[in-house]
Structures are given as structure tokens and as C-alpha cells.
Design a protein around this ligand. Structure first.
Ligand code: TNX
Length: 503
């Protein structure tokens, strides 16, 4: 079997049979070469070694890796040949990680021959993606010599996690970052507020977390990210090449906000915590001073504490508000985001408001409010992020009788996440599309196992489209088969989609 990698590189040239392997000491050497300029790539290699050393039968799972005593860092000549499978008794002669300014941002090349292993990248992200490819290649049965050249099609490659319907904290979010960054995604969009709960500490507005976070869809304990948590998540995400985009959903999906601040409600009346999964029943008073003082504080706090350029202001499913009043509200909110020095992202209903250059409109469904999308082509500097539900909503069931997930936009089996073209699935001029994002809403998702079951393997399909990987479904499912062995060995829950020949 030749090499199968997800997301697949645009160019993959296969050479002759491989008579060598890569020794664990050499992986450590590679990590040491990467550490000064690509710490995330180095960390991923170190984790990979620690992980695989703990496997029950490491040389079956990672056939091209020659194991040695992890405690000793010996010269490669001292690598004990008996630890290696027959075809890889000898280690490759040299390993090189090269920072190569001629490559484009986030691109990598990776070559393994009978004499050398060479990884090239211009930046830390490219190095990480090269490492992602390397760890998959080493796990391939009957690996051959190969040379891979790869660069992303879309600049924005995202994953959204809803921590509002069910709360997930630092530990779970880090696991999500591990998975998303392993398929070369570079944006983590956190849905931080909804009817059921408010999930982020805000300077000067302690009521939000004190009064409106201790609830979830099941009426459970909920929770929120404090300032330190948020910082820790951003730092971890950045190490692995991901930027956090925080979302505060406005003006709808705001029951929790109104629990904390009834003065921002259209009728000024107190609200109870909400544990159901209906949408469209809540919105803030669109013009009251109380509303705008709160929103200025919220956006200001979030802007100061967010490392990335974007704040996501939601804007979806505001079903009972007059369209013109909604657009006036969104235009004013865009001004507040701009005042606090950030760019705006919003669900596609925000098309129609006055959006500054650089704003990102996130398309999610053909079912609502698509009439203003075609006109986006006339908005200077506007960008579109493609999240069409039938292809990217990982909270939708993959098959009818699945225990988790929703079905409102149909089923999303593995193939639907891989086999689609953004410029066809989104009703805008394809030239406006700068990104693709997978979304995991958590109405029915209650644990990290639920999260990984919905992400794996389907996130690899969306990531392949975002990367612009060649459309070879057979190679894709072969790569997943190899990855699946690793998930099983690590005890990671995943869905065994019938399209993959899982072991
Ligand atoms: C639609 S997508 C929503 C969410 C739900 C999701 C469930 C979007 C912008 N709004 O409120 O959680 O469907 O799939």
C-alpha cells in the first residue's frame, strides 16, 4: 500500500520500496531541530513518541518507526535492530527539519527515501502539518519512498464547538484542539453564549457568570471559562497553530443574558434559566441604553482578552424581529466591534447589515435568510466562511438510528463531509469564500466521548475540503483506516462509518 495521508497532499510522488525505518531517537532529533522555531510541531512529535511507546504492539501500529529505549538518547548506530520489524531493520541515514522561506505560508514538503527524511516549511504551521503527515506515514503498512508537497486551499479552516448548550471546559477543549489541529485546522470558534447558558467571564459584568452559567440543556450544572481558562485555551490553541474566535450570539439566543440582565429584555421582565432546545424565542431589546451598555462592556472585555483578530457576534435565527430593525442593530454592533479594534464574524443572516471590510459572513443553511447573500459580492473586502449544514454540521446524525445528534438538515455520513465543493454548496460568488468550518452544536452532546464520536472521522472530511486535498475517496478512507488503529489504541471514541474498512 502506498502512502495515505489526511488531508492528502496535492502532490504525492511515490518512489521505490522502503528498506529503512525512522528510529525513535531520530524522531527526537527532528523534534529538537524543530523546537526553536516550530514548538507545536516539536511537541506533537514528542507526544507521538510517548503515545506510541505505550501501545501494546507499537511496531504493528507504527511499522516504519524503529523503537528503542525511550530513556536513552543514543546515537542512531546504537539503535537495536531487533526492536524493528523485518523490513525496517535499519534507520534512515539523516533526518532534517528545514525552515525554508521559499515555501508559502502553512505549506510543507516531506520526503522519505532510503537515505533521508526531510521536512521543509516556512513557518510553524507548515512544520506542524508536515509532522501530522509524517506521523500518519510512519503508521502506514508497507510504506514506500515518497515525496509530498502540500499547501492549503483556504486560509481559514475552522472547527466550532458549542460550549453553551452543554458546557465543556479547558480539558475537553484541549482535546478538541488536539484533534482539529491534527487535520490542519487553524481556527477554533467557541460558541460561548446561548439561551441555556453564558460561558465566559466578562470584566465589570460578574452577573453574567454568577447568575446565567449554572445551567445546561439537561438543567445540569453548566459552568463557564474564567479569564485564566480563556488565556490557557488560547495559548494551547496557538501552540498548535489555531486562533480562537469567541462567539457571543446576538440579538437572539440570549435567554441566559436576560436571566442576568432583565433590563435588556424587550419587556423588561425577569427570565428563568432555559433547559430545552427550542430556538428563536429570545432576543434583547434592540435599542435600549441598558442593552448597549452591556454589549459595549461584553465586546470590550472580549476584545481585550482575545488574541486573534475576530469576534463572532452570532446573528442567527432571530425569527420574530423585524428585518430592518435587526439590520440596524447589527450595523450598530459592527461599529462596537470595530471600536474595540476587532473584525467581525457573524452567521449569514448578518448579510444586509453594513459590514466593514474584512468582515466574515458564515453561511450555514439554504433554509433561512439567504436572499441577501448574492449581494455580498458588492461589499468591499467581505469574506465568506462555508459551513453548509449538510456537509459540515457534525452534530447531525451520520445514520438514521444514531444515538447522538439532530436531523434537521438531513443525515451527514462520512462521504457527505468529503464530497462537496464550497463554491457550489454556498450561494455566493466562489471568489468570496476564504474558509471552511465544521460545527459541533451540543444539544445532544454530553461528554468528551460524545464529542470525539461526532468529530471522528467526519472532521477529516471537512478538513480535506478546507485543505483542497485531491478528491480521492478511496485513499481518504484508507488513511482513516490507519488513523482508526491509533484512535482505538488510545481509547478515543469514534464512529465506525461503514465506508471505511476498519480493522
Ligand atoms: C442551527 S447554525 C443553529 C443552532 C443549532 C443548530 C443545530 C446556527 C447558526 N444556529 O442554534 O444548535 O442549528 O444543528
Amino acid at each position: 500500500m502506498p502512502v495515505h495521508i489526511v488531508p492528502a497532499p496535492q502532490t504525492l510522488t511515490l518512489g521505490g520500496p522502503l528498506s529503512v525505518g525512522v528510529a525513535a531517537t531520530q524522531v527526537r532529533t527532528l523534534a529538537a531541530q524543530l523546537a526553536p522555531w516550530a514548538p507545536g510541531a516539536a511537541a506533537r512529535l514528542t507526544d507521538f513518541l510517548a503515545d506510541t511507546a505505550a501501545f501494546e504492539s507499537p511496531s504493528t501500529l507504527i511499522p516504519a518507526l524503529i523503537f528503542d529505549d525511550p530513556a536513552a538518547s543514543q546515537p542512531e548506530s546504537a539503535v537495536p535492530a531487533h526492536a524493528a520489524p523485518a523490513h525496517a531493520a535499519h534507520a534512515v541515514r539523516t533526518v532534517n527539519a528545514v525552515r525554508d522561506g521559499d515555501l508559502s505560508p502553512e505549506a510543507y514538503t516531506l520526503a522519505l527515501t532510503n537515505t533521508e527524511l526531510t521536512l521543509r516549511a516556512a513557518d510553524p504551521a507548515g512544520a506542524l502539518y508536515g509532522v501530522n503527515a509524517l506521523t500518519q506515514a510512519l503508521a502506514t503498512a508497507d510504506l514506500t519512498e515518497f515525496h509530498a508537497e502540500s499547501a492549503p486551499r483556504y486560509r481559514v479552516r475552522g472547527f466550532m464547538l458549542d460550549v453553551a448548550r452543554h458546557f465543556f471546559g479547558v480539558a475537553e477543549i484541549k482535546r478538541v484542539i488536539d484533534i482539529a489541529s491534527s487535520v490542519n485546522l487553524n481556527r477554533l470558534h467557541l460558541h460561548l453564549s446561548d439561551d441555556q447558558g453564558w460561558r465566559i467571564e466578562i470584566d465589570g459584568r460578574p452577573e453574567l457568570t454568577k447568575l446565567a452559567s449554572a445551567n445546561d440543556v439537561d438543567g445540569g450544572a453548566g459552568g463557564y471559562l474564567n479569564f485564566d481558562d480563556y488565556e490557557e485555551i488560547q495559548d494551547y490553541a496557538e501552540l498548535y497553530g489555531m486562533t480562537v474566535v469567541p462567539e457571543i450570539d446576538l440579538p437572539g439566543h440570549t435567554n441566559a443574558l436576560l436571566v442576568a440582565f432583565p433590563e435588556a429584555a424587550p419587556d423588561g421582565k425577569p427570565r428563568e434559566p432555559y433547559a430545552g432546545i427550542d430556538v428563536g424565542f429570545s432576543w434583547v431589546h434592540l435599542t435600549a441604553d441598558a442593552t448597549w451598555q452591556i454589549l459595549d462592556d461584553v465586546m470590550g472585555s472580549l476584545a481585550r482578552r482575545t488574541h486573534g483578530d475576530y469576534l463572532h457576534i452570532g446573528g442567527d435565527e432571530v425569527l420574530k424581529v423585524d428585518r430592518a430593525e435587526y439590520e440596524t442593530f447589527m450595523t450598530r454592533l459592527a461599529g462596537i466591534v470595530e471600536k474595540h479594534g476587532k473584525k467581525l464574524a457573524g452567521w449569514h443572516e448578518v448579510a444586509g447589515a453594513d459590514l466593514p471590510a474584512g468582515s466574515q459572513v458564515q453561511f450555514w443553511t439554504q433554509q433561512y435568510n439567504t436572499d441577501r447573500l448574492a449581494a455580498l459580492v458588492d461589499v468591499p473586502g467581505i469574506e465568506v466562511i462555508a459551513s453548509p449544514a449538510p456537509h459540515t454540521y457534525l452534530d447531525l446524525k451520520p445514520v438514521e438510528d444514531f444515538p447522538l445528534g439532530l436531523v434537521w438538515a438531513g443525515l451527514v455520513p462520512l462521504r457527505a463531509t468529503f464530497d462537496w465543493e464550497p463554491s457550489e454548496a454556498v450561494p455566493v460568488d466562489g471568489a468570496l469564500i476564504t474558509g471552511v468550518e465544521a460545527c459541533l452544536w451540543t444539544e445532544t452532546i454530553r461528554s468528551i466521548d460524545d464529542i470525539t464520536t461526532m468529530m471522528l472521522p467526519r472532521i477529516a472530511g471537512v478538513a480535506s475540503v478546507a485543505w483542497g486535498a485531491p478528491r480521492d475517496y478511496a485513499s481518504f478512507t484508507e488513511a482513516l483506516r490507519t488513523l482508526g488503529r491509533g484512535w482505538a489504541a488510545r481509547g478515543v471514541a469514534f464512529y465506525r462509518d461503514p465506508d471505511v474498512n476498519w480493522d
